[in-house]
Design a protein around this ligand. Structure first.
Ligand SMILES: N=c1c2ncn([C@@H]3O[C@H](COP(=O)(O)OP(=O)(O)OP(=O)(O)O)[C@@H](O)[C@H]3O)c2ncn1[C@@H]1O[C@H](COP(=O)(O)O)[C@@H](O)[C@H]1O
Length: 106
């Protein structure tokens, strides 16, 4: 997962300054943060609608759109995707510590 999304992150950073006429990434960068954020919201809603309808294939497609647009938003804010992964790993560490503490002692 790390490699695919990292590769996409690098492509997005590269394409932001391309010609908006030939690049969706550049078109969105040109439109600005509010428009990118709006797309993240739309793709999230479309994912939820597909899930509630039980449409697994649509959930896959909408989830890909959601992750892609989230990467666009992170790039626009100059937040590395690694910062998000680091936060998830930090939480995993916290829950690991809590689980260990809750376990009965031998
Ligand atoms: N992964 C994607 C990707 N996923 C979705 N999309 C685009 O995101 C849009 C999805 O939004 P919608 O379904 O609402 O379609 P739309 O009506 O065209 O969108 P809007 O015009 O309303 O914004 C579509 O236009 C898709 O083409 C993507 N566009 C690009 N990529 C990746 O980004 C790379 C660089 O793309 P370019 O910048 O176009 O070269 C590509 O090689 C791909 O790897």
């Amino acid at each position: 997962m790390r490699s695919t999304l990292h590769q996409l992150e690098a492509t997005i950073r590269d394409r932001r300054s391309a010609d908006p006429a030939s690049s969706y990434v550049a078109k969105m960068a040109h439109k600005g943060r509010a428009k990118i954020a709006q797309k993240v919201g739309e793709e999230a809603v479309e994912t939820v609608i597909a899930a509630m309808a039980g449409h697994r294939d649509e959930v896959v497609g909408e989830s890909a759109d959601l992750l892609f647009h989230l990467l666009l938003l992170l790039a626009d804010m100059d937040v590395p995707f690694d910062a998000v992964l680091d936060e998830l790993e930090r939480r995993e560490g916290i829950s690991g510590i809590a689980e260990k503490a809750a376990r009965p002692k031998d």
